[in-house]
Design a protein around this ligand. Structure first.
Ligand code: GLN
Length: 484
């Protein structure tokens, strides 16, 4: 059952080949068997899963044919889940039990998806390797000595190891697409505002956006509408109508204009990844797409711009974790100052503290103009780069990540090397546009990803291109041998 796609699972459930309870038990058993090796889950929720599966079975018997009904899903532990620990992989929230569900969780539940548990991640979603989690590093199912990418590394490892067919993730600068690339999955980062951020613990509010990871674009197309759309509880959520994503997959790629982002095939890119990505783009050409080269000159500044704006917003968002309103509280404080200081010192890990310090610095009176204001101006220019490109082409293509999965332990003492993992992804978040990573081959036995980027609200088109690619390739069907 764990090798079937979301579509196949849904068909089998409706044909009563197995029940959602049986399916759920199968995945819970796999989590039990394999997760000690992978560490993808912080909190498995077996009882909730079985209760939800029973309810799904009743709906199926009544003839409800919603595509997600009875399908198991895992949620990144950044989404509030009522009555269940919501830790953000931080000691700060180790004992936080959310009093309500995030809109994403609530909507997916209403659609009949069955929550298997909460997945591991980088602490407060800060990282590209899932090594900053309070609950320990996650292993990449393709090579357990390597990282799965981050920050949604637990979700990615869980889907790749067949511990669930579908998982939510979130992005601020690449945290769905980069782990999808490193784990051989399809991962969608939607347009900013497409999905409600209500109940999603904030990192950098102008960049954060929830999305999905699955094996195929078709699986995402079947699932994505259920979590999307305007939410009165999030004033930044978009009122744009939600597309019929499965319908958007139809047709062909004839005449589709693809801009190949040439500047993203530079010295920082592993050449072997570059050739795989080039082959993937050529396959799209053979399916009828027209190629041209596109330059995104200001996009090269994405990493420095991102690492001013994201920490600035983080330093403000994370101020609520003071041991009084939210979060870990230090024992026996001498006075209020001591309580704040020790609660935050004990509760946050090193990377989170680094971000708070950078953020506080770039926002401080003497430096605001030099750093924060400058970064905002450059953010606009990066968005303009993309806007100009989309006057000429329908989508952009390039590599998702400059490297394959790297060994656990690497880059932890070199933050800048870690930050460069998102060199191709973070510009998308700064511009607020959607993008997708699609499995496009292997280098030394490790997966690599093709990055497809589109204009605002072009999720349907991106999924269509990925779907047609996946009908002509089988990279997305490979599973790590140890978890087959
Ligand atoms: N790796 C980036 C960071 O550490 C992006 C993280 C994310 O998208 N949540 O900020």
């Amino acid at each position: 059952m764990h090798t079937l796609s979301v579509r196949e699972l849904g068909d089998a459930l409706r044909r009563k080949e197995f029940s959602s309870v049986e399916l759920t038990r199968h995945f819970l058993a796999r989590i039990e068997q394999y997760d000690s090796e992978i560490n993808a889950f912080i909190t498995p929720t077996a009882d909730i899963a079985l209760a939800e599966a029973e309810r799904a079975d009743i709906r199926i018997r009544e003839g409800d044919d919603s595509p997600l009904l009875g399908i198991p899903i895992a949620h990144k532990d950044i989404f509030c889940t009522q009555g269940v620990r919501t830790s953000c992989a931080s000691k700060m929230l180790d004992r936080f039990v959310a009093p309500y569900d995030a809109t994403v969780v609530e909507r997916l539940r209403a659609a009949g998806a069955v929550m298997l548990g909460k997945t591991n991640m980088d602490e407060f979603a800060m990282g590209s390797s899932n090594q900053t989690s309070h609950y320990g590093a996650v292993s990449n199912p393709w090579d357990p000595t390597c990282v799965p990418g981050g920050s949604s590394g637990g979700s990615a490892a869980a889907v790749a190891a067949g511990l669930c067919p579908l998982a939510t993730g979130t992005e601020t600068g690449g945290s769905i697409r980069q782990p999808a690339s490193l784990c051989g999955l399809t991962g969608l980062k939607p347009t900013y505002g497409r999905v409600s951020r209500f109940g999603m613990i904030a990192f950098a509010s102008s960049l954060d956006q929830a999305g999905l990871m699955a094996r195929s674009a078709e699986d995402i197309a079947l699932s994505f509408a259920a979590m999307s759309g305007h939410d009165p509880k999030d004033s930044t959520s978009a009122s744009e109508p939600v597309e019929d994503y499965p319908a958007a997959l139809q047709g062909d790629l004839k005449g589709l204009r693809i801009g190949v982002v040439r500047d993203q095939f530079g010295a920082e890119l592993d050449e072997r990844i570059g050739s795989r990505v080039q082959e993937a783009i050529s396959l799209l050409e053979s399916l009828g797409a027209e190629l041209c080269d596109i330059a995104l000159p200001d996009c090269a500044l994405s990493i420095p711009v991102y690492y001013v704006i994201a920490p600035a917003e983080a330093s403000s968002n994370l101020s609520r974790f003071d041991g009084i309103r939210f979060g870990h509280r230090a024992q026996d404080p001498e006075d209020i100052e001591d309580l704040y200081m020790r609660s935050r010192s004990e509760g946050f890990g090193a990377e989170v503290k680094r971000r708070i310090m950078i953020g506080t610095y770039v926002l401080s009176a003497g430096y605001y103009d030099a750093y924060y204001l400058k970064a905002q101006q450059l953010r606009r220019r990066i968005a303009d780069d993309f806007a100009r490109a989309f006057e000429k082409v329908d989508i952009l293509a390039g590599p998702t990540s400059p490297m394959t999965a790297f060994p656990i332990g690497e880059k932890m003492d070199d933050p800048v090397a870690m930050y460069l993992c998102d060199i191709y992804t973070s510009g998308i978040n700064l511009a607020g546009i959607p993008a997708l990573s699609v499995p496009a081959g292997f280098v030394d036995g490790l997966p690599i990803g093709l990055h497809l980027m589109g204009n605002h609200f072009s999720e349907g088109r991106l999924l269509k291109v990925a779907h047609h690619y996946q009908r002509s390739s089988d990279w997305h069907r490979r599973s790590p041998p140890a978890f087959a």
